[in-house]
Design a protein around this ligand. Structure first.
Ligand code: MG
Length: 279
């Protein structure tokens, strides 16, 4: 099954039974997704069920999104303490989990696996930077053995820091999932300048919007597409200029299911209008 370049899609998080979730995806008029794998999801038994469901529902999946037990996005300090491979005490279990998800994604025929690796230090001489390089190379090699790209979510560090890291990893299958809202939420710089800088490494993008932190140490607030600081017409125009061929994957982490569905519908409507005006 083929999808169009810059086709609108959704990031959703797997539950145990696929049918309802895939029908929800289709109720938005969508047929493509990034497949989020929650930490509690049992990767050892579900691949067959999901593979059949994607095929029978005609849903196209580009990548697996890997989340980990213990991640806490409540504020900046908690993100530093708990997210990614830089969080003290979490690296070993998360490396193992990523390998497990890579095997699962491979059984589904997926060619990319993404996650937050944690804050990449600006100081490339620091031990943490070196440790992250080693972990990234190990996971790139595992993914490569399954025919997959290992894909980093953007935004917890500045684009120049991420660019240096990508080059230092020295693996052809290290890629970027560019999330413009994260740049705003973490105060990591201008999203469009960041995309321009990282463009040759961008495999996929999230369509998410956000407002900047109101004071230092706080995280910004995620909002519906068009309600935040991301310049989406500019974002789409730059993607087009880059000849980006991937999906526009809407990501909405809103705990209230009704509000989430409303925001997804609004996001789709606005993306369609922006695409029309820009492309
Ligand atoms: Mg994202």
């Amino acid at each position: 099954m083929e999808v169009e370049a810059m086709e609108i899609a959704l990031v959703f998080w797997a539950e145990s039974q696929p049918t309802g979730q895939l029908q929800e995806l289709k109720s938005y008029g969508l047929r493509a997704c990034q497949f989020g794998i929650p930490s509690e999801f049992d990767c050892t038994t579900s691949a067959d069920v999901w593979k059949k469901a994607f095929e029978s529902e005609g849903v196209y999946v580009t990548s697996a999104v890997c989340a980990f037990a213990g991640e806490d996005y409540a504020n900046l300090e908690q993100v530093h303490k708990t997210v990614g491979f830089t969080a003290p005490g979490f690296a070993g279990a998360r490396i193992d989990r990523t390998k497990q998800v890579s095997v699962f994604a491979s059984a589904l025929g997926l060619t990319a696996l993404s996650c937050h690796i944690g804050f990449i230090p600006d100081d490339c001489e620091s031990p943490l930077y070196t440790e992250l390089l080693t972990i990234a190379r190990e996971l790139c090699d595992v993914c490569a053995s399954h025919g997959q790209a290992f894909v980093l979510e953007t935004g917890q560090e500045s684009a120049p820091t991420l660019l240096r890291f990508l080059n230092d990893v020295q693996r052809p299958n290290i890629k970027v999932n560019f999330d413009p809202a994260n740049m705003v939420l973490y105060g990591s710089g201008d999203p469009l300048q960041a995309l321009a800088l990282l463009q040759e490494h961008v495999l996929s993008v999230h369509c998410k919007d956000g407002l900047p932190p109101s004071y230092a140490g706080k995280l910004g607030q995620e909002v519906a597409l068009g309600e935040g600081k991301v310049d989406f017409p500019g974002f789409l125009a730059l993607l087009k200029q880059m000849n980006y061929r991937g999906l526009l994957a809407i990501e909405r982490e809103e705990p209230n299911a009704v509000k989430r569905a409303e925001d997804i519908r609004l996001g789709i409507e606005r993306l369609l209008a922006w695409k029309k005006s820009v492309l």
